[in-house]
Design a protein around this ligand. Structure first.
Ligand SMILES: *Cc1c(COP(=O)(O)O)cnc(C)c1O
Length: 354
């Protein structure tokens, strides 16, 4: 039998895998922040701080997994240009790994992608290919990969399967290990958003694999298709995803989104997400991104339900990325005033809980 990898290309692939593993070995895990809730006695909120990865978001885990999966499959070889469709954060993390391996990287993104993300991709030597409609990123990435003889990483298809769901220090294993010494070590809920759906799939599978009582709740922007699909599995696509929250919510049900692993979904308006983002940023004394606000709004709803049901316990959610990526939008008063208006009444509602 003939190997599809010659011995010289095998050596490059092995060296590439070793470089990613050495980079991982030099890195620390992300913190799990504990937030006391004096207004909700007996309930504790935890935030897994994914902004502390070298490339600033939870997409650092995904990028590593996608590269390792593609390398082990023989899909990436020496000099293979790497192409990806992204709303920004994934491309930043993938540009980091492409640079680590000395590979050309092209990100296909909607033109409205934040300048901070574009600058970060360029910092790692990546190229940005901007398209006018968010729905054309997939076809354009596939076309560019073909044209350059490159490989389309395709996060929206491969996110759920590229991650080792039983462990290998995936986000789920890390969260549950870090909860071990807390008074409610098995959380009542884990709350996450969905962009690819990969994070929710990894956590959902891990919960079942470890036979835990934890329920998985996905917080989804009102304008996204995912929560509609959760309630009506025949609905696969909407015209556009109108949400202002970057990183989560899609107009198309992505292959990596697996509704069977989710216990409940909560639809969140941009107004609710961005107000919750402001409150949690104040509580933590640092700026969080918009999708963290979406998560926090959903957590508030679950905490209210726990209080009403007389339950005590813990809730874990994700601090997905830092607000420093959004200084011209979410942290610009004029932008907020223009896009969502007054936040004060909702703020009071959130501050009644956290
Ligand atoms: C991608 C992303 C998410 C959701 O993660 P997935 O695993 O892709 O579903 C949440 N927040 C931000 C900022 C993201 O970039």
């Amino acid at each position: 039998m003939k190997s599809t990898l010659s011995s010289s290309s095998k050596k490059w692939v092995y060296d590439a895998i070793a470089r990613i593993e050495a980079d991982y070995n030099r890195s620390a895990d992300t913190h799990l922040i504990r937030l006391e809730l004096p207004k909700a006695p007996g309930i504790t909120l935890y935030l897994k701080d994914e902004s502390s990865h070298p490339t600033g978001s939870l997409k650092h885990r995904l990028a590593r997994s996608l590269f390792l999966y593609a390398l082990c499959n023989g899909w990436i070889k020496q000099n293979t240009p790497i192409v990806e469709a992204s709303s920004g954060s994934t491309a930043v993390s993938e540009a980091y790994f492409a640079k680590l391996l000395g590979l050309r990287f092209i990100a296909v993104m909607p033109y409205k992608t934040s300048m901070a993300k574009i600058d970060a991709i360029k910092f790692y030597g990546g190229e940005c290919h901007l398209v006018s409609s968010p729905k054309t990123v997939y076809d354009e990435a596939a076309r560019l990969a073909k044209e350059t003889g490159g490989f389309y990483l395709d996060q929206f298809t491969y996110a759920e399967r590229a991650t080792d769901w039983r462990g290998n220090n995936n986000i789920a294993e890390s969260i549950f290990a870090q909860m071990a010494y807390e008074e409610y070590s098995v959380p009542r809920y884990v709350v996450v958003g969905a962009g690819t759906g990969g994070t929710s799939a990894t956590i959902g599978r891990f919960i079942r694999y470890k036979q835990l009582a934890t329920e998985l709740c996905v917080a989804d922007p009102q304008g996204s298709v995912f929560h509609r699909h959760f309630n009506d599995r025949t609905l696969l696509e909407i015209e556009t995803c109108t949400s202002l929250i970057e990183g989560i919510g899609r107009p198309r049900v992505e292959k990596s989104f697996i509704p069977e692993l989710i216990d409940c979904m909560i639809a969140v308006t941009d107004h609710q997400s961005l107000t919750a983002m402001q409150v949690i940023s104040q509580k933590l004394n640092r700026r969080c991104g918009g999708s963290t606000g979406t998560n926090i709004w959903a957590c508030i709803q679950l905490i209210k339900k726990m209080i009403a049901d007389g339950e005590q316990g813990s809730i874990v959610t994700l601090l997905c990325d830092s607000g420093e990526r959004y200084t011209t939008t979410y942290y610009n008063d004029a932008w907020i005033e223009d896009k969502i208006g007054d936040c004060n009444s909702l703020k009071a509602e959130i501050e009644a809980i956290i």
